[in-house]
Design a protein around this ligand. Structure first.
Ligand SMILES: Cc1cc2nc3c(=O)[nH]c(=O)nc-3n(C[C@H](O)[C@H](O)[C@H](O)COP(=O)(O)OP(=O)(O)OC[C@H]3O[C@@H](n4cnc5c(N)ncnc54)[C@H](O)[C@@H]3O)c2cc1C
Length: 500
């Protein structure tokens, strides 16, 4: 399809979309209260809150059937896919050349598989020249700050930064210096997130226009033998687990103190300025991670105050709906608030007990994800201040339907004047789903959008880049490959001829 034909088709689709959007918004709103109760009640009936005092699993029963009546048929599947071309105009020539390279690597599955095999042998200096800038925020604090400003030029006003030094497998052989990670992460909050957020706020018309800055905290980066510590957190590894909690707590204290200080100065702000986010790991480590999250919530998310800590729930887990209900009830009993990042889940292919722990189909995961985000958004919007137990949500996804469902729920006539909508933020990984991010900002005019920005030493970011390349296997079906090669070539030629 030619570029012009594609553009025209996209414009026609866009106007159709705008026409249908208000109808969709109304139908979603009409269904909102019903969905909310339905989701909550269906899981509540299956659970009672128990204190996690023994080593016994407190994670609710697996594979609970979803009642057919609670399945939402979202009409958003009728919405057109976002443009695969327009978004490239926001990038500079070097970045367009990187996209061209990604397009070549993802032309088809055999080529991609070959690139994945060769990738470990390609020197980091070449990788840095070719694709690094698309996916990584840089090696130093100064480079990450520059990335933040480049994102701002694209209308993305904040980031979720992640220092990518971790023992991914947690197999006890890692050489990571956990004290260095603690000090470097705390430094990144003070030197990147706080100044960047304030700079964005100072340029904004309204203090509530700018989403918070996030720092992703991977528990596997804060312990030399993280897998064992997280698995046996309540028995043989109690002491190591307490030390892991202490290390992450010291970073969270920096976040909490920064929020306290900034709220004194800017008391009209509704959402936090900076937030710590606990990443989710493979299933066998998750009980330890949930326990870590609960301890941090209790310490840093007191009632009637903005959230400082966000934990992650993987909605591809068949027990995730029950878990969400459990966490809310437990928080209520203990007297703290919940911050949540909802993801579908990244360990589908490596999960040992996939059939037992993960939803049977992608559709089941999608339905569960959409119900989860709808429920959390309704809870947050139901209050205008800091009263709700669920106080902050990051919709972490590249799925345009889930993101549009979220944005339709956050931005509509009923939420005008409700600043709690700033407590729902949409996040995508840097270099992934850029067309979706563009669509949210430029076409749907959503300002609560952030990018997850990995940064750190070249060797570690090389591992991260490999994972992104592998993930592009799924994206081969979307707007990578040949369409990306054609689009980036077209833009470069237009710029060369002075027409763009
Ligand atoms: C900002 C951000 C932070 C993230 N943090 C984490 C994290 O802490 N922990 C983590 O695990 N992941 C994390 N992820 C990754 C996330 O879990 C997903 O793997 C990724 O975003 C792809 O899912 P999607 O929602 O974007 O969309 P889609 O492309 O629509 O969904 C793909 C996902 O659907 C699910 N799926 C696919 N096929 C099936 C099937 N047959 N049966 C059941 N489910 C299926 C899988 O989860 C798969 O990853 C993060 C993503 C983002 C954007």
């Amino acid at each position: 399809m030619s570029l012009i034909r594609f553009n025209n088709l996209y414009k026609t689709n866009l106007s159709k979309q705008l026409l249908t959007r208000s109808i969709l918004t109304r139908s979603i709103l009409a269904a909102k209260c019903y969905q909310y109760r339905d989701f909550h009640d269906s899981i509540k009936s299956n659970n009672t809150t128990t204190s996690p005092s023994s080593n016994q699993s407190i994670i609710p029963q697996l594979n609970q059937p979803t009642s057919p009546s609670s399945v939402i048929e979202t009409p958003l599947t009728q919405q057109p896919k976002p443009s695969s071309i327009e978004y490239l105009s926001d990038f500079n020539n070097l970045e367009i050349i990187s996209f061209f390279m990604i397009g070549l690597c993802t032309l088809n599955k055999p080529i991609l598989n070959l690139c994945i095999k060769l990738f470990p042998y390609v020197p980091i200096s070449i990788i840095k020249k070719l694709v690094y800038r698309i996916y990584c925020g840089g090696e130093t604090i100064g480079e990450v700050k520059q990335t933040g400003l480049r994102l701002h030029d694209r209308g993305i006003n904040n980031m979720m930064i992640s220092l990518t030094i971790e023992d991914c497998e947690g197999n006890g052989e890692s050489q990571i210096d956990t004290d260095y990670i603690v000090s470097e992460t705390s430094k990144s909050i003070e030197k990147i997130l706080v100044p960047h957020t304030l700079e964005m706020i100072n340029q904004a018309a309204d203090i509530n226009d700018i989403p918070p800055g996030y720092v992703a905290l991977k528990s596997t980066g804060f312990d030399k033998n993280a897998a064992a510590t997280l698995k046996d957190f309540n028995t043989s590894k109690k002491a190591e687990f307490d030390s892991l909690v202490e290390k992450i707590s010291s970073v969270c204290q920096t976040i909490y103190d920064s929020n306290e200080k900034l709220f004194k100065k800017y008391n009209d702000r509704t959402s936090p300025f900076v937030v710590g986010v606990i990443d989710a790991e493979k299933f066998e480590l998750q009980e330890g991670v949930y326990e870590l999250q609960r301890r941090l919530y209790e310490k840093f998310n007191p009632l009637n105050k903005p959230i400082s800590i966000v934990g992650t729930l993987q909605m591809y887990l068949s027990n995730s709906a029950s878990l969400l209900t459990f966490e809310e009830k437990f928080a209520n009993e203990k007297g703290y608030r919940l911050g949540l990042k909802l993801v579908r889940g990244a360990y589908l292919h490596s999960e040992k007990n996939r059939d037992e722990v993960i939803h049977k189909t992608k559709t089941d995961t999608d339905v569960n994800y959409n119900k989860g985000i709808s429920y959390c958004i309704d809870s947050i919007l139901n209050q205008k201040g800091n009263e709700s137990i669920i106080g902050h949500l990051v919709v972490a996804s590249h799925n345009s339907e889930s993101l549009k469902l979220a944005s339709n729920k956050i931005f509509n006539e009923s939420t005008i004047g409700n600043n709690n909508k700033l407590n729902v933020v949409l996040g995508q990984l840097l270099g992934m789903a850029d067309s979706v991010t563009y669509d949210l900002i430029k076409n749907l005019k959503i300002n609560n959008v952030i990018k997850y920005v990995a940064w750190g030493p070249p060797f570690e970011t090389k591992q991260y880049l490999l994972r992104r390349l592998e993930e592009n296997g799924d994206a081969v079906k979307n707007d990578n490959g040949w369409p990306l090669v054609k689009a980036s070539t077209a833009i470069l030629f237009k710029r060369l001829l002075g027409r763009a």
